[in-house]
Design a protein around this ligand. Structure first.
Ligand SMILES: [Zn+2]
Length: 335
């Protein structure tokens, strides 16, 4: 894989053209994937060329041919773009939009901008979320905050005034919703976030918040040298014996939000961002797709220290090697 010596702001300068002109989009993606040595994806030979038409321009399909093995391919090969006919300039736009905004971009916004069908826009955004899923990254270490919350795809609740103005029958579902939201007996799916202070977040949709589930999530995602910070939820009891840094709890029940450096405020800011995004941008996200959105927010969080261009390129690079895996996880195509 060729290295590209480009910084984020150069990339930001290139993106508007890549979002409006198909050739510019293709060349942009080729540079990001292959740098200046576009090797054959089948045999690895570097003796390859871009097919040109009689007019000396790139051919319509933007094909490459390998002189060694005869393979014909395009920049889409082996990526989340491969099975799609959506023009690459729209992929560029959607990647950029998803990476440049804090709260994400909805399929509806992509549909308006690109004039794709809603179905295509949704397909595209799901694949971008898949590209944002980390392949393998080192487990978290240092001070790691763990917290859990419930998020869901309910539309924004009406205000108290609006509810008062409703008839008895109209009020009923909202009253039930309020009852459900009160306790932890809510039907919304739980999400656990593990955040290394000053570092990355890992967030997962989980089936429940039992000790078994939460402790497994912690042990799978955190190195044993770390210190674990949580609230006083009993599910976390006993986790300290697996970690050299021990287990420190903050007692939310007595309105204690931090004791020295013991707190879960970073995890809570991640959840605040996630919830604002899910309410403001995505409205109704079903349980089935929630993990994709959680991935998307974790990706942006983990790339918060770079600019929009570098973040966009990181997402595009994540598109590689994910095609088969997307279609059938059981087949397990690992690169
Ligand atoms: Zn070849």
């Amino acid at each position: 894989m060729g290295k590209v010596a480009q910084n984020g702001s150069q990339i930001v300068a290139e993106l508007p053209r890549a979002c409006s002109d198909e050739l510019a989009a293709v060349e942009f993606l080729e540079r990001q994937r292959w740098g200046d040595s576009p090797a054959c994806p089948r045999c690895g030979a570097t003796d390859v060329y871009a097919v040109q038409g009689r007019d000396g321009k790139r051919n319509k399909r933007f094909l490459w041919v390998c002189r060694d093995c005869g393979e014909q391919y395009t920049v889409r090969i082996g990526t989340v773009f491969e099975d799609s006919r959506i023009p690459l300039r729209h992929w560029c736009y959607a990647f950029w939009a998803a990476c440049a905004s804090k709260k994400g971009v909805s399929a509806l916004q992509i549909q308006r901008q690109t004039r794709l069908s809603y179905k295509s826009a949704l397909f595209l955004m799901h694949r971008i979320r898949f590209a944002m899923t980390p392949n393998r990254s080192p487990r978290l270490d240092g001070t790691v905050e763990v917290d859990e919350t419930y998020v869901g795809g309910k539309p924004r609740n009406p205000s108290i005034q609006a509810i008062r103005a409703m008839s008895y029958e109209e009020r009923k579902p909202w009253r039930q919703e309020r009852e459900r939201a009160k306790g932890r007996g809510t039907k919304k799916p739980p999400v656990v976030a593990l955040v290394e202070r000053g570092g990355n977040v890992r967030a997962h949709v989980v089936t429940d918040v039992s000790g078994t589930t939460l402790k497994r999530a912690i042990r799978e995602n955190v190195r044993s040298s770390a210190a674990i910070h949580t609230d006083e939820l009993s599910s976390y009891h006993g986790i300290g014996r697996h970690f050299a840094g021990g287990h420190h709890t903050v007692r939310h029940s007595v309105r204690e939000y931090a004791r020295g450096d013991v707190h879960v405020n970073t995890a809570e800011s991640f959840f605040a961002l996630l919830k604002r995004g899910l309410i403001g941008t995505f409205h109704a996200v079903s349980r089935q797709h929630l993990h994709r959105y959680v991935n998307e927010f974790a990706f942006r969080w983990n790339h918060r220290k770079v600019d929009d261009g570098a973040r966009t390129v990181a997402a595009i690079r994540g598109a590689e090697g994910k095609r088969l895996y997307y279609r059938d996880p059981r087949r397990g195509a690992k690169k």
